[in-house]
Design a binder for this molecule. Structure first.
Ligand code: NAD
Length: 501
């Protein structure tokens, strides 16, 4: 068995900005500390990109785009480089997974089994799609040819959060690069290391200089500079609603760039009285919220359960949560790792206090300290029961291992409560009746609905939200819509001018 803590201690991660094919410090030499949430220790000081660094990166991306070294490269050449990158990511599995686990607090087992393979598969999937996308010929009059072609947008600014750094990065950069764009990536300040490693691998795979740039830095500095840069054609963002809205303002106040937002959720897991297999349901409900310590945008953070199965289900969910192994992310046996930061820990614990103040019954909800890790950021699986869906615990995204349970009676009541949310990212329904399943799935306002399961996801299907959960879609061939624009070309095939008569 690998001793991951020893391997982590021996790591010397790349910490500099990656701009125009080279690693270099920030122009003003600024850095910020990145902390290991497993024990609160310092991992490294990472270069903090400033406005001038972002400008350099965007100009490099723009030059590369205009030069056509990637944007006009043969599609098969783009595919070859991206396939090589996907292979290199898998060859680098342990190192990438270790950086991800150390920096974010994901269990190393999940990072090796899910995060890195998922990101590599995403890269491969879009590489393989490059030469399977056909353009259109419009039904123009006989004397004309009207072509409708997809063109890359130009420079894409990708701003990503800390909860799934590699996976979310891959969802954005793989279709963007496949379509021929240049990219400037701003990772979250908590988790820059896997992105910098990815830049190293991308260069090794043969991605030309300037096509992919990584500028770690503070959101309010590097993120804002990217959002306001006049040479950025599109921002693709995942993170909090407040910051997502700032990107809309930056766009409006600069060049009117496109903005796609994925802003989290308060996703309901709806369980009706005729649920077929209560034990399977309880396990899915528990994993749906406690996986990655609840720091999942589509985490099933509300359980909306029919009163006829409420007590039995809740006790099974509590038992399932309590039986999950909470501990050091660098231990292969760990199933629930740490919360990503001290700030996020306080935020999550703050909601336990809110629930207690509001008289909600709380199971778990406190900080725990796995043996030998006194300074790490860990919270027990938490189940709030008797939640009024319209209160803070029912409405606000906690982003921790916390499940809010509300009792309902019948499908119509369940749908009403489930849809009583500003968010609309994901939802599930558990029932043995196929008609009920279809009807409820149709009525739930969410970008993804699962029936008798939770959190099944793959690059083959689109992902994104309704309402305040955002706009645009990551994943699937539809993601190309986000990173391309349609161009119309009219060609006169006759000897006289074309007219609109
Ligand atoms: P955030 O929205 O502040 O950060 C996301 C990204 O935006 C990061 O790269 C950050 O550097 C950047 N950013 C922050 N402030 C910015 C600004 N003023 N201008 C431009 N860019 C900026 O998210 P967070 O602080 O990491 O987490 C706060 C809350 O957001 C969480 O508790 C959770 O509720 C939610 N969240 C949602 C998701 C999701 O997947 N939808 C992911 C992470 C966090």
């Amino acid at each position: 068995m690998t001793n991951w803590a020893d391997r982590a201690a021996a790591l010397t991660p790349e910490t500099r900005l990656f701009i125009d094919g080279e690693f270099r410090p920030a122009l003003d030499g600024a850095t910020f500390d990145t902390i290991a949430p497993r024990d609160g220790s310092l991992i490294a000081a990472v270069s903090a990109g400033g406005t001038a660094d972002v400008d350099l990166a965007v100009r490099a991306a723009s030059r590369a785009f205009e030069a056509g070294i990637w944007s006009r490269a043969d599609r098969r050449e783009r595919a070859r480089v991206m396939l090589r990158l996907s292979e290199l990511m898998l060859e680098d599995l342990d190192e990438l997974a270790l950086l991800e686990s150390l920096d974010s607090g994901h269990p190393i087992g999940d990072a090796r089994r899910v995060d890195v393979p998922n990101a590599a598969r995403t890269m491969r999937w879009y590489a393989e799609a490059i030469d399977k996308m056909y353009d259109e010929i419009a039904p123009a009059p006989q004397n004309a040819l009207a072509l409708v072609t997809r063109e890359p947008l130009g420079v894409i600014g990708a701003v990503v959060p800390w909860n799934y750094p590699l996976i979310i990065t891959a969802w954005k950069i793989a279709p963007a690069l496949a379509a021929g764009n240049s990219v400037v990536l701003k990772p979250a300040e908590l988790t820059s290391l896997s992105a910098l490693r990815l830049a190293e691998l991308a260069a090794r795979a043969g991605l030309p200089a300037g096509v992919f740039n990584v500028v770690p830095g503070l959101g309010s500095v590097a993120g804002e500079a990217l959002g306001r840069h006049p040479l950025v054609d599109k921002i693709t963002f995942t993170g909090s609603p407040a910051v997502g809205r700032k990107f809309l303002s930056y766009a409006g106040e600069s060049n009117g760039k496109q903005v796609a937002l994925e802003l989290g959720g308060k996703s309901p897991q709806v369980v009706l009285a005729d649920v077929e297999d209560l034990a399977a349901c309880a396990s899915a409900v528990a994993w749906g919220i406690f996986y990655n310590a609840g720091q999942t945008c589509h985490g099933g953070s509300r359980l909306i359960v029919d009163e006829r199965v409420h007590d039995e289900l809740v006790s099974e969910v509590i038992a399932a949560g309590d039986s999950m192994v909470l501990g050091d992310p660098l231990d292969d046996a760990t199933q629930i790792g740490s919360i990503a930061s001290a700030i996020q820990l306080d935020r999550v614990l703050g909601y336990t206090a809110v629930a207690r103040d509001e008289g909600i019954s709380v199971h778990g909800g406190d900080r725990v300290r796995p043996e030998g890790l006194a300074e790490g950021f860990y919270v027990e699986p938490t189940v709030f029961t008797g939640v009024d869906n319209s209160g803070r615990i029912g409405q606000e995204e906690i982003f921790g291992p916390a499940l809010a349970v509300s009792k309902v009676r019948g499908p119509a009541d369940a749908v009403r409560v489930a849809n009583d949310s500003a968010y609309g990212l994901a939802a599930s329904v558990w029932t043995r009746e196929v008609t009920t399943a279809h009807r409820v799935a149709q009525q739930l306002r969410a970008g993804t609905v699962w029936v008798n399961t939770y959190d099944v996801a793959d690059v083959i299907t689109p992902f994104g939200g309704f309402k305040s959960s955002g706009s645009g879609r990551d994943r699937s061939l539809h993601a190309f819509d986000s990173y391309t624009a349609l161009k119309t070309t009219w060609i006169n095939l006759g000897n006289s001018p074309l007219t609109n008569d």
